[in-house]
Design a protein around this ligand. Structure first.
Ligand code: GLV
Length: 329
């Protein structure tokens, strides 16, 4: 029997996805779902031609140099800030991500988090569970309206656009956005979204949603100076990556009510949470679950597996991030 190419799946994934990989590859899995150190990851990658990663494992020049057999790393996430793309390109290693299949699910969650934050859902539930509700009150947990309020979107890719669609057409929200590149006018008209500068976005949004990719350029894109431009009644929702927000500045702003509230699905040092965040009541915190419906997580895992199969059996991946740039190993 001819030997199948060896690959590594770094975290526990759905059995049917592993089974589809086993039709083509010798698959090493991590059924215990352990979190490996970079050294353990390198050790397990020895001899492997492909890896299916979760989006948390750092793929950098040191790892690539230590794993000369590796030809493709397929991320089970749309974000791929864990990839050092120039290093992968220089090493001739293809990177792929898992876009599209999570867009609508993530946009739904953006609204779940926005509504929970603006309407103080978790804060009021904790109050009730703690037996503190003694009487109905006219302003008890009075929050901010979402319908009709101005939604600011920072980062207008696929997920930003799916959020804009819900906002303009479901919640009658004027939508403003800022992005590295402006959308064409037909797309702006279809979405009913208006392009503004970053400062205008910060100043005018009643609710500000962060859905931009994380990079050195977007690190702390929202810090004290940016928060200072926001309305004192505004809410800030982060669905993207924790490092986009300076959490220390955000905690101070939430404490001093310089903005009304925040909803965070992602954190600077996740899964560790800045303890100060846990002490402020006006923040809704969720454990990086924006794309977490079973249907969508299955689709993401299958797309990540399909990328490995397409590249290693046919030479072209479905959703590459550096194709055309690399000279394959
Ligand atoms: C999740 O954060 C993803 O990038 O898919």
């Amino acid at each position: 029997m001819t030997q199948r190419p060896p690959i590594l799946v770094t975290r526990a994934v759905f059995p049917e996805v592993v089974a589809s990989l086993r039709e083509h590859f010798d698959v090493e899995t991590n059924d215990a779902d352990d979190i490996w150190t970079p050294a353990q990851l390198i050790e397990r990658l020895q001899g492997k031609v492909g890896a299916l990663t979760s989006g948390a494992e750092r793929i950098d020049a040191a790892l690539l140099a230590a794993c000369p057999e590796l030809r493709i790393v397929s991320n089970l996430a749309v974000g791929y800030n864990n990839f050092d793309v120039p290093a992968m390109t220089a090493a001739g290693v293809l990177g792929t991500n898992a876009p599209d299949v999570l867009t609508e699910t993530t946009a739904d969650f953006g609204f779940a988090l926005l509504l929970a934050t603006a309407r103080r859902l978790t804060e009021s539930e904790h109050f009730l569970r703690a037996g503190q509700w003694k009487k109905w009150g006219l302003d008890l947990f009075a929050g901010a309206d979402v319908h009709g309020a101005t939604l600011g979107i920072l980062g207008m890719g696929r997920i930003g656009q799916a959020i804009a669609k819900r906002a303009a057409h479901g919640f009658d929200m004027p939508v403003i956005y800022h992005n590295r590149s402006r959308l064409d006018s037909a797309t702006e008209a279809k979405l009913d979204a208006r392009y503004v500068s970053k400062n205008e976005l910060l100043q005018q949004a009643d609710h500000l949603m962060l859905v931009l990719p994380y990079s050195a350029e977007s690190h702390h894109a929202i810090a004290a100076a940016e928060i200072a431009l926001m309305k004192p009644t505004a809410t800030l929702i982060n669905l993207a990556r924790g490092g986009i927000v300076d959490e220390t500045a955000l905690v101070a702003a939430l404490r001093d009510r310089r903005i009304a509230a925040a909803g965070l699905d992602v954190f600077e040092g996740e899964p560790k949470i800045n303890p100060a965040l846990l002490t402020v009541p006006n923040v809704v915190l969720t454990p990086h679950i924006a794309s977490a419906t079973l249907k969508t997580r299955r689709a993401m895992a299958q797309l990540a597996a399909d990328n490995l199969m397409a590249y290693l059996t046919k030479g072209a991946a479905l959703t590459p991030v550096n194709a055309g740039l690399i000279k394959p190993r």
